[in-house]
Design a protein around this ligand. Structure first.
Ligand SMILES: [Cu+2]
Length: 130
């Protein structure tokens, strides 16, 4: 009886481990970075396509020389407010709510009003990305 118990416990741990690693690999990495275009700082790429329920790992970089030492990474719809220092990539992991309505949402910088935003494009169709 004890043997069966420890065997099933072992299986449970194994299953949990496998399941855990599978969910970890499901997170999709998206890199955003500051770029200077016509004298203004932009978050690029300009459009970031996601689907509700998706797990995203944002890697946010500020590697511009000169100007501000840091920028803000602000996505109100996802309750994300971060500070990104120069040459210190910031990792933000989020799971998009399944209830998120398709549409366009701003990705901005809470520190600089002139900082040009990117757009989080929420699409309900899986695989609509090019
Ligand atoms: Cu900024």
């Amino acid at each position: 009886m004890k043997k069966i118990l420890s065997l099933s416990l072992g299986l449970m741990i194994l299953t949990a481990t496998l399941w855990g690693s599978e969910t970890a690999t499901k997170s999709r990495e998206i890199v955003l970075e500051t770029k200077k275009i016509d004298g203004a700082v932009h978050w690029t790429p300009e459009k970031v396509e996601v689907t509700p329920g998706e797990k995203i790992k944002f890697v946010v970089k500020h590697e511009l020389e000169g100007g501000f030492d840091f920028h803000g990474f602000f996505i109100p719809i996802l309750n994300v407010t971060e500070q990104v220092n120069r040459n210190e990539p910031t990792i933000v992991e989020v799971t998009l709510p399944k209830s998120l309505k398709p549409g366009d949402y701003p990705i901005g910088c809470q520190f600089h009003p002139k900082h040009v935003r990117a757009t989080l494009v929420v699409s309900d169709k899986k695989g609509s990305k090019k």
